[in-house]
Design a protein around this ligand. Structure first.
Ligand SMILES: [Zn+2]
Length: 94
């Protein structure tokens, strides 16, 4: 995993680490996901994704505590030990 601190953000409220994404890239991910989502049956939409299509707001808050993406900070060098092998949610870069 690339250890470039510009690519990650840490929640200043709970400490969860996310990977940062530009609004342009987030919008592309949303379009791609929702195109796939539209092909699912109603029961699949609910079973797999809680009946929710992707939206930009999903990229604007901490996946753990819902703090705003504007409250994210850069990682400190010691934080990189915590991200190895972890799944991270994307967050908009402020
Ligand atoms: Zn948080």
């Amino acid at each position: 995993m690339q250890q470039d601190r510009e690519n990650y953000r840490k929640c200043s409220s709970c400490g969860w680490i996310h990977y940062g994404i530009s609004q342009e890239d987030a919008e592309q991910e949303i379009r791609d996901f929702n195109k796939m989502y539209a092909t699912l049956s109603d029961s699949e939409k609910i079973q797999l994704y809680g009946g929710k299509a992707a939206k930009l707001d999903d990229y604007k808050s901490c996946a753990n505590c819902a703090a705003s993406y504007q409250e994210m900070t850069l990682l400190e060098p010691h934080d990189f030990k915590r991200i190895k092998g972890k799944t991270m949610q994307p967050i908009l870069l402020a």
